[in-house]
Design a protein around this ligand. Structure first.
Ligand code: AMP
Length: 193
């Protein structure tokens, strides 16, 4: 994996634990020469991981929609900033750049982005690994909700199993490197995005 998208909070959260894990993940990316592709912000968890990688001379590519590009929010010291016309074009751009996706703790934006990545995998449009770094059990209730979706017949177990969940950075990246997408019974070919 050369480039990985990290979706994470535009807020820092109340506990230092989350910020520290974002720093650890940033250091892992820099050490292993994995380029970060992210939302382009300088605030919250986004800013922490971008700053960490830049400090270590790693690669950071921001993809930001024009409407968010005002100075208080957009990072000004990253390797490259790509500005898109809309939020949806940003997602497409990110998906074209990366070999996998990771979610760290965040809010609506983070969930929106990671579930879009999972949906692309579920439809067979992409075969890239999608992982959640479950620091401090932050995503436990979300995982429980996915189980409810399986037992109530709205989500296939095989599709749920595509999502890699762990609280260890090493384990997460190892699983992502070794990821094999499930064979789709109904493959949607060449969907124009
Ligand atoms: P949230 O989890 O609601 O804080 O939203 C964070 C996610 O949405 C990030 O992964 C970004 O891609 C995107 N996002 C939300 N707010 C911003 C912002 N102010 N600047 C850049 N990206 C943002």
């Amino acid at each position: 994996m050369k480039k990985v998208a990290v979706f994470c909070g535009s807020s820092l959260g109340f506990s230092e634990i989350y910020k520290n894990e974002a720093i650890k993940l940033g250091n892992y990316f820099a050490k292993n020469k994995i380029g970060l592709v992210y939302g382009g912000g300088k605030i919250g968890m986004m800013g922490v991981i971008a700053d960490t990688i830049i400090e270590k001379k790693g690669e950071v590519i921001g993809v930001i929609p024009g409407l968010l590009r005002h100075e208080e929010v957009a990072h000004t010291n990253i390797t490259e900033m790509i500005v898109t016309k809309t939020m949806s074009k940003r997602k497409v751009k990110i998906s074209r750049l990366v070999d996998g996706y990771i979610a760290l703790p965040g809010g609506f934006g983070t969930l929106d982005e990671i579930f879009e990545a999972l949906t692309l995998g579920q439809l067979g449009i992409e075969q890239k690994p999608v992982g959640i770094l479950n620091t401090n059990g932050f995503f436990n209730y979300l995982i429980k909700q996915l189980d409810v979706m399986v037992t109530e017949g709205y989500l296939k177990q095989t599709n749920k199993d595509m999502l890699i969940v762990t609280d260890s950075i090493d384990d997460l990246l190892t699983q992502m490197f070794n990821y094999k997408a499930p064979v789709m019974t109904k493959v949607i070919n060449k969907v124009v995005r």
